[in-house]
Design a protein around this ligand. Structure first.
Ligand code: BES
Ligand code: ZN
Length: 613
């Protein structure tokens, strides 16, 4: 059949003008869900928290969009106890829960629908070892009196506490009611929170990917930082947290000035107990953060800039599958540096960019080629395997390369349009590449000529045209490192007004020292006693590598309290690389393991098992 040109034009115009018209979702190898047939659009969560049994009990109601009238509703679950499913009239529905869990995806749950089923309620409980949930004993909190719970959904852990279509391409709006024991305050990554007699109610009316649904509950209090920003923490941590994060509003305003309005209402930060396995997690409206950023001098707050930046890159425009993760993290690192530059100046941003690139260079030496690609193939693998410096630093370097070729003004406008036009959508790498071609490269073919987009996105290594990240403040450090190597004693070095990033550069550049030299350095600069977690972690790793025993007690204490994977992993790695290191690592790990979140446990279990072979 031939359409008249006017009809075709009208059709095409209608499609491109209506952002609600969604492309069929890309196949996600990390989910059982079949959203192209039956899709969940909204969920109502109702859970009661039991801190004694370490389980949550209740139900979730899914509001369905049925495209294929005879298809079942398929959700992801992992270790959930499912009691049954019911339609909106309360009539039971037949459920089929896979008997054998898939090692990666968990258990597929299919609910057979009736012709008139619009909503499905699934009654369930979690189990104490739900991977997303960490239930902390009172001793693991600062206050020491009350237990604590937090969830971590990214990448594919939400299914261990909510049965849902756990793919970042399936966005849902949601609401929740949480019942918690008296004295404990539940918080969620929601736009609204209301305390009522029957529990605390939450609502998120922007469609979000499932990995951004988060819950925390403990002895928590808050302090306003501005009209729309506040910090939450245990009461004993609140003062320190509030002064450290005092620049939060300035950061939000800075990012809005660059990339468009903040679209999530409030921006609050929750400072968690130290077992939190990540530095930060960009849960909407409520960033979760490790307390290890509280250095006392705001020197580690780029982490807040990072999580805040995800409010644009990641939460507004989301990777459709985990192989597109670089669209979340690479863009976010780039935005993070831009925020830091605006709020703390060029020197600070340049040092942080440089440190990131250095980390990437170190890591690339041991990564297989296939894992050095931005558009990584993660089928059959845990998406966690893709969480290397590649999506973060190489991704950000690609945007800096575009900035170098096209100028800031054009790249900023380009990024702002990218966020505006894809807001509240999940996108693939192919969508970005098309957009880049059309909206930037085609506008200036001369500037585009030397950029090998495919090389950047599909190739291994760091392309030769990656922009350098020079820093004058690092040149000063390098001069002192050279002086040290040519015989200047540590206590004669000129370290006047060095900031944290310079100390990190210094520690990285030290190379192999004798234990005696380490002792002199410690005597001169008190590294073992530093209250700065980044400096401490770098120092402890060096102490292990050089067999300097003066930091042993601090190392034990650190590994027994801090569960942030980025810190503990290199420390165990350094131990395992030493003779007798396996015994030392296993002895500490035996005590520390029960205090770590499942994410950290999984990484360390694999590392220690491999060293034991
Ligand atoms: N979204 C990530 C954390 C994450 C990624 C959790 C993948 C699970 C799977 C978060 O934004 C992040 O990147 N955190 C970093 C800190 C940041 C400053 C680079 C971290 O936790 O180290
Ligand atoms: Zn991130």
């Amino acid at each position: 059949m031939r359409h008249s040109p006017s009809l075709l034009t009208a059709l095409l115009a209608a499609c491109s003008a209506a952002p609600s018209v969604e492309m069929p979702s890309p196949i996600d190898p990390h989910s059982f869900a079949e959203p192209q047939r039956v899709r969940s659009r909204h969920l109502e969560l109702d859970l009661a928290l039991d801190f004694v049994a370490k389980v949550a009990r209740g139900h979730v109601v899914h509001h369905l969009e049925r495209v294929d009238a005879i298809a079942p509703f398929v959700v992801d679950t992992d270790g959930l106890v499912v009691r049954g499913a019911f339609d909106q009239h309360g009539r039971p529905l037949f459920v089929d829960l896979a008997a054998l869990p898939d090692p990666l995806r968990g258990q597929r749950l299919a609910v057979r629908l009736r012709a008139d089923t619009e909503r499905v309620r699934i009654d369930y409980s979690t189990t104490p070892d739900a991977e997303a949930m960490q239930w902390l004993a009172p001793e693991q909190t600062d206050g020491g009196k009350q237990p604590f719970l937090f969830t971590q959904g990214q990448a594919i852990l939400t299914r261990s506490w909510i049965p849902l279509q756990d793919s970042p391409s399936v966005r849902v709006t949601w609401q929740a009611r949480i019942q918690a024991p008296g004295g404990l305050v539940p918080l969620m990554s929601a736009m609204r929170r209301e305390e009522r007699a029957d529990g605390v109610h939450f609502a998120m009316d922007r469609a979000v990917p499932p990995y951004l649904i988060a819950l925390a509950c403990g002895d928590l209090a808050s302090r306003p930082l501005s009209n729309r920003c506040a910090v939450w923490a245990e009461p004993s941590v609140l003062d320190l947290a509030a002064s450290e994060l005092a620049d939060t509003e300035t950061m939000v305003t800075a990012c809005e000035g660059l990339f468009g309005p903040y679209r999530w209402g409030r921006y609050d930060v929750l400072v968690l107990p130290p077992s939190f396995p990540f530095g930060g997690m960009e849960n909407p409206c409520l960033t979760f953060a490790t307390p290890t950023i509280l250095a006392g001098d705001k020197s580690l707050v780029s982490l807040i800039a990072h999580e805040l930046a995800h409010s644009w890159s990641g939460n507004l425009v989301t990777n459709a599958t985990w192989r597109d993760f670089w669209l979340n993290e690479g863009f976010t690192v780039y935005l993070e540096h831009r925020i830091m530059e605006r709020v703390f100046g060029r020197d600070r941003a340049a040092m942080e960019t440089n440190l990131g690139m250095q980390e990437l260079a170190d890591e690339l030496r041991s990564l297989p080629d296939a894992d050095q690609r931005l558009h990584i193939d993660l089928a059959g693998r845990n998406p966690d395997d893709g969480m290397t410096g590649v999506p973060y630093q190489k991704g950000a370097a690609f945007l800096r390369r575009l900035e170098q070729a096209f100028g800031r003004e054009r790249v900023d406008a380009f990024l702002r349009r990218w966020f505006d036009e894809h807001a509240f959508r999940s996108v693939t790498t192919a969508t970005f590449v098309d957009w880049l071609q059309r909206e930037l490269l085609a506008q200036d073919p001369a500037a585009a000529a030397d950029i090998d987009v495919t090389g950047w996105i599909e190739g291994a290594g760091l392309p030769a045209d990656a922009p350098a990240a020079d820093s004058a403040l690092f040149a000063a450090v390098d001069a002192q490192l050279a002086a040290l190597r040519s015989g200047t004693a540590p206590d004669r070095l000129d370290v006047t007004s060095w900031v944290t990033q310079q100390w990190l550069r210094f520690l990285h550049g030290l190379g192999d020292c004798t234990p005696e030299r380490m002792g002199e350095l410690d005597g001169a600069f008190q590294f073992t006693r530093t209250g700065n977690s980044e400096i401490l972690c770098a120092w402890l790793a060096l102490a292990i590598r050089t067999d300097y025993r003066g930091a042993d007690r601090r190392l034990d204490l650190f590994l027994l309290t801090v569960g942030r994977r980025k810190f503990v992993k290199p420390l165990y790695e350094a131990m395992l690389a030493r003779p007798e290191g396996l015994a030392r690592a296993t002895a500490i790990y035996a005590k520390a393991r029960p205090r770590y979140h499942a994410v950290t446990q999984r990484t360390l279990d694999a590392m220690i098992a491999a060293a034991d072979r």
